[in-house]
Design a protein around this ligand. Structure first.
Ligand code: FE2
Length: 253
């Protein structure tokens, strides 16, 4: 069985009041400029802010019919790259909606430049929500090295919006060898898990930090600082503190 899409694609599917998803077409893994025959599905989240602006999280490939549908929902204003792997179509949306703001996550600019992706980011995300959407959405940066990403919380619907932090793939939607790999990793529906690469990197950094802390008092101070950072994490991200490496919390401030 081949990979299958989450039909219908390119239509807004409401989840709750003022928040919904849009499933997109397949994309293909590209390594060293070579497109591999390994399709994966795409999805974006759309939030309608109280002021009528639309927040597009991880925009899928631009589609004119979809753009018309979104225009009827509100003003396409925020094109958000939650991590450095989800930005490829922001430029297409920005061309269609020149008044929209393209929000960069750490590493997204460099990655786009290196891959010659045409996108001009206008603002950078921060560990606190900006004025533009702080009345509707809270946010924080989940550590994880190159896999770090911004998590968003839509307050009115109590919806947490993640990107790659938790993987929960439906096995019948993907082809081999992804299916076998996913089964081995345990990151499949209905028991999605935190992305293994984040955990591995997190553990590795913890070991390094422990070695350093034995060698110097600075290490001890750092751990204390991290504990304070963890304590200040907001309520919405409490569940993530269990998974996050406390030692990394001082690195994203
Ligand atoms: Fe992803």
């Amino acid at each position: 069985m081949g990979a299958t899409l989450y039909e219908p694609i390119n239509v807004y599917k409401p989840l709750a009041l003022n928040i919904g998803i849009v499933d997109g077409p397949f994309e293909y893994l590209t390594v060293a400029g070579i497109r591999l025959p390994l399709p994966f599905t795409t999805r974006m989240t759309v939030i309608c802010l109280a002021n009528g602006d639309l927040f597009l999280h991880s925009p899928i490939a631009f589609n004119e019919k979809l753009a018309a549908e979104l225009r009827a929902l509100g003003t396409v204003r925020h094109l958000v790259s939650p991590n450095q792997f989800h930005y490829a179509h922001i430029g297409e949306w920005a061309k269609a909606f020149p008044d929209a703001i393209a929000w960069a996550s750490p590493g997204a600019r460099q990655r786009a430049r290196a891959r010659h992706v045409d996108v001009n980011f206008t603002k950078d995300l921060d560990s606190h929500p900006p004025e533009e959407w702080c009345r509707d959405i809270d946010q924080t940066l989940i550590p994880g090295g190159i896999f770090k990403e911004f998590a968003f919380f839509h307050e009115p619907s109590r919806t947490l919006v993640l990107t790659d932090t938790i993987i929960n793939l439906e096995l019948d939607k993907i082809t081999q060898p992804w299916r076998a790999f996913t089964k081995l990793s345990g990151m499949y529906y209905p028991h999605g898990q935190i992305f293994s690469a984040c955990v591995c990197r997190s553990n590795s950094r913890r070991r390094k930090r422990r070695r350093r802390s034995k060698r110097s008092r600075r290490g001890v101070q750092s751990v204390l600082c991290s504990a304070m950072g963890a304590a200040s994490m907001r309520t919405l991200m409490r569940s993530f503190v269990e998974y996050s490496n406390d030692d990394e919390l001082d690195n994203w401030r």
